[in-house]
Design a protein around this ligand. Structure first.
Ligand code: HEC
Ligand code: HEC
Length: 230
C-alpha cells in the first residue's frame, strides 16, 4: 500500500511487532476523548491538529491533519494509523521526545490521532471548549479536563457518565448507596478519593484532580452543570 512517510514500510513492521495484537480495546469513545485532552497537554505545543484546536508549529513537526489525510482518503484503517502513531510516541526521531505519554495514555492519544486527524467534523466537542450555553460550570468542565474522563451522553469512559447522574442513587465500592445530591457531588469533586463509585478504582481521578484543588464555589458550579445533564 502507498502511505505517507509516517506509515513507511519499515516503521509499520516495527509498529506491528511492538504493539502486537489486541488493539480491540484501544479506540473506545472514552479513550478517544481522554486522548484528546492528553494531546492538548503533551503534543499541541509542537503539532497542528484541528480537532484538538492545536496550532503548534515546532520546526520540523508535521501538521498531523496533513500527515494522515492521504491515508484516510485511501481507506487505511484507523487501527493501522493508531499503531503507527503509537510507535511514533515510543520511538520518535529527535527532536520529538520519546514516551511523552505511556501505557494506556499513549494508546488513548494514538486512538485520538487515528480517529480525528484530518477529520475534525467527526470529532467535535472533544476539546473544542464547553458545550454551548452550559454556563460557568461547563467552562470549568472543559478547562479542568473533566471531559477527558466523563461523558455527557451516557457513554462509558474512564469515569462514570454525568448523564442523569444528579439525583440518582449511586452504589459505592464499600457496598453502601448514596443519593447523588449537591453535597455528595461537591465532595466527589473536592475530595475525589473519599468515596469511590462501585466498579471504579481510587487514585484515577485524584491523579489529575488533586484533593482540594477545586474550590467549593467551582465545585458547586460544576454540579449545577451536572444537574443540567438530565
Ligand atoms: C518538541 C516538539 C514535539 C512534541 C512535544 C511532539 N512532537 Fe511529534 N514530532 C515532532 C517532530 C520534530 C517530528 C518529525 C520528526 C519525526 O518524524 O520523528 C514529529 C513527528 C511526529 C509524527 C510523525 C508524522 C509523520 O508525518 O510521520 C507523529 C504521528 C507525531 N509526531 C505525533 C506526536 C504526538 C502524538 C505527540 C504527543 C504525545 C507529539 N508528536 C509530540 C515534534 C514534536
Ligand atoms: C483522570 C480521569 C478523571 C478526571 C480528569 C476527572 N474524573 Fe471524576 N471520576 C473519575 C473516576 C474514575 C471516578 C469514579 C471513582 C470515584 O468515585 O472517584 C470519578 C468520579 C466522579 C464523580 C462521582 C460520580 C458518581 O457517579 O458518583 C464526580 C461528580 C466527578 N468524578 C466529577 C469530576 C469533575 C467535575 C471533574 C473535573 C474537575 C472530574 N471528575 C475529573 C475520573 C476522572
Amino acid at each position: 500500500m502507498r502511505v505517507t512517510r509516517g506509515l513507511a514500510g519499515a516503521s509499520l513492521l516495527i509498529a506491528l511487532a511492538v504493539t502486537g495484537c489486541g488493539t480491540g480495546g484501544y479506540s473506545s469513545g472514552g479513550d478517544v476523548s481522554r486522548g484528546a485532552v492528553l494531546f492538548t497537554k503533551k503534543c499541541a505545543s509542537c503539532h497542528t491538529l484541528a480537532a484538538a484546536g492545536a496550532k503548534g508549529k515546532y520546526p520540523g513537526a508535521p501538521n498531523l491533519d496533513d500527515a494522515f489525510v492521504a491515508d484516510k482518503q485511501q481507506g487505511i484503517a484507523d487501527s493501522t494509523i493508531l499503531q503507527v502513531v503509537h510507535e511514533q510516541i515510543q520511538y520518535p526521531s529527535p527532536p520529538m521526545p520519546a514516551n511523552l505519554v505511556k501505557g494506556s495514555d499513549a494508546e488513548a492519544v494514538a486512538a485520538f490521532v487515528a480517529k480525528c486527524a484530518a477529520r475534525k467534523q467527526d470529532c467535535s466537542g472533544l476539546v473544542s471548549g464547553p458545550p454551548p450555553g452550559s454556563g460557568p460550570g461547563g467552562k470549568l468542565f472543559a478547562s479542568l479536563g473533566c471531559q477527558g474522563c466523563h461523558t455527557l451522553d451516557g457513554s462509558p469512559s474512564t469515569g462514570p457518565t454525568f448523564k442523569a447522574l444528579f439525583g440518582s442513587t449511586v452504589k459505592l465500592s464499600n457496598g453502601k448507596t448514596v443519593k447523588a445530591d449537591m453535597a455528595y457531588l461537591i465532595e466527589s469533586i473536592v475530595d475525589p478519593d473519599k468515596q469511590i463509585v462501585q466498579g471504579y478504582k481510587p487514585g484515577i481521578m485524584s491523579a489529575s484532580i488533586k484533593p482540594h484543588s477545586v474550590s467549593q464555589a467551582n465545585a458547586k458550579a460544576l454540579v449545577e452543570f451536572i444537574k443540567k445533564q438530565g
